[in-house]
Design a binder for this molecule. Structure first.
Ligand SMILES: NC(=O)c1ccc[n+]([C@@H]2O[C@H](COP(=O)([O-])OP(=O)(O)OC[C@H]3O[C@@H](n4cnc5c(N)ncnc54)[C@H](OP(=O)(O)O)[C@@H]3O)[C@@H](O)[C@H]2O)c1
Length: 281
């Protein structure tokens, strides 16, 4: 018997990276799963592998977190298929940086402020950029959380983990739109943890920076196509106290701690999984 046997968990963006590692860990502990992403073939492949390896039920649905009706439909179909929803991992998403002042330097929350900072682009940020960031990083999470609540209440409780960029706590220049959205997602999570505690529904955040996923290779191709991955990562590693990027599996373990019964008394927390990159407490 796994520690999540008899539980059902939704993992948005469960086909690769952090979501896939989380689905793998949850399934290894016996949880039935519901996964969504935009690419049907990737969902089919992930579900096939998880069922073969762990013998759990896996419900999948091709849906974008930006599509309100689609996500409501996904959550309710997942509940119907699995009979319950105990855990929601709001993981799906992507972020994209834009160049500024001709600089090809990508910015990170762990960047030092001791030397000259990379050029900013606040004056070029149209309102739409803030609205889009808010849609993806806040409203998408809010809608999915709203949709799971009736299922969690029916199950007698639940655990929600929102996967949010550490930029919400430690913003670098140039990405103010996504940083303020991340900060709002953290604030929303704290607020809901208070609202839902009496229903035995816990809400926590994992705050991430510098995790090695397909996003990292995409960034290398965009920002430093002439460099090897090791060369691309070297200056970033230098700013991380642990001098390396994290792995999706390491994030999955943090998500697991916050969502499994062993985290039953933890709510309203922001757990940074960042190799020590957050400069405050
Ligand atoms: N890696 C990091 O260092 C880091 C740092 C800070 C925050 N994060 C956050 O952590 C989360 C996971 O990141 P990752 O690095 O594991 O990314 P990843 O490897 O690109 O995986 C993203 C997953 O989300 C799905 N997805 C993306 N956009 C979606 C949408 N609009 N609707 C539904 N599914 C969507 C993708 O599948 P499809 O493409 O098929 O939809 C995929 O399954 C993201 O929210 C990301 O912003 C990551």
């Amino acid at each position: 018997m796994g520690k999540l046997s008899g539980k059902a968990a939704i993992v948005t963006g469960g086909t690769r990276g952090i979501g896939r590692a989380t689905a793998e860990l949850f399934a290894s502990e016996g949880a039935d799963l519901a996964l969504c992403a935009r690419t049907p073939e990737a969902l089919e492949q992930a579900a096939g592998e998880l069922i073969r390896k762990h013998g759990v039920k896996v419900f999948t649905c091709a849906a974008s977190i930006l599509d309100r009706g689609g996500m409501d439909g996904f959550v309710n179909a997942a509940g119907d298929a699995l009979g319950r929803i105990d855990i929601l991992v709001n993981n799906a998403g992507a972020s994209e940086q834009r160049a500024a002042g001709g600089s090809r330097q990508q910015v990170y929350a762990v960047d030092p402020v001791s030397g000259p900072l990379p050029p900013g682009r606040f004056e070029d940020m149209a309102d739409d950029e803030f609205v889009n960031a808010f849609n993806q990083k806040v409203l998408a999470l809010a809608r999915t959380m709203r949709a799971v609540l009736p299922w969690m209440r029916k199950a007698g409780g639940g655990a929600i983990v929102n996967v949010v960029s550490m930029k919400g706590k430690q913003p670098p220049p140039r990405v103010a739109s996504s940083s303020v959205a991340a900060a709002a997602a953290m604030n929303l999570s704290k607020s809901l943890s208070l609202e839902l505690a009496a229903d035995n529904i816990r809400v926590n955040v994992v705050a991430l920076e510098s995790i090695l996923t397909s996003q990292t290779e995409k960034s290398r191709q965009r920002w430093a196509p002439d460099k090897t991955m090791a060369e691309f990562l070297a200056p970033r590693n230098a700013n991380i106290p642990m001098h390396r990027l994290g792995t999706p599996e390491e994030v999955a373990h943090a998500i697991y701690c916050l969502s499994a019964p062993l985290g039953a008394y933890i709510t309203g927390q922001i757990l940074s999984v960042d190799g020590g990159g957050l400069r405050g407490w």
